[in-house]
Design a protein around this ligand. Sequence first.
Ligand code: ADP
Length: 161
Amino acid sequence: MNKVLYPGSFDPITKGHMNIVDIASSMFDEVVVAVLINPSKKTHFFTEEERVELIKELYKDNSKVKVITSTKSSVDVALENNCSAMIRGIRGVTDLDYEISLAQVNKDISDNKVNTICLFADSKYQFLSSSLVKEVFKLDKDIRKYVDDKVYVAMKKKVLK
Ligand code: ADP
C-alpha cells in the first residue's frame, strides 16, 4: 500500500489544507494527516486533540484519510507509519525557501529514507493560511469561505467556552 504523510499544525485545518488532502488522496492509497507540534508556533487556538477530532469528523466518510497526532518529528512519524514520502503544500515563493530547507534536513536526518513531495493547492487558496483565518475570525468577520462549516462551528463554540 502506497501511504503518504501530510504533517502540519492544522490550527485550524483550512480549505487550502483540504484541497491538498484531496489531491494527495487521488494519488496515494492512504493519506495520513499528522497533527504535529511546530516549535516556532508558540500559541494555539485548538489543542492537538481538538484538531484531530475535527479533522477526523471532516474525513469520517473517506476511508483513505487517517488522522493522527504525535509529539515526535515528522520524519519519525513517517517511518513509524510506513509512509513512503511526506506531502507539503506550496502557496508561492514565500513558502518555497522554507520548504526546500525543511525537505533537505528531513532527507538528511532520515538517511535519505524520507523524501518530500510538494503539491500546489488550487489558485483560489493561494493566500489562505491558518493564521489568516484566526485573524479574520478575531475581527468577527465571516470565515466560512476559508474553512469547512464544521470548523467554523467548532471555532465559535471554543470562544464561547
Ligand atoms: P506547519 O506549521 O507545519 O507549517 P501548517 O498547518 O501551517 O503547518 O501547514 C501544513 C502544510 O500545508 C504546509 O506545507 C503548508 O505550506 C501547507 N499549506 C497550508 N495552507 C495551504 C494552502 N492554502 N495551500 C497550499 N498549501 C498549504
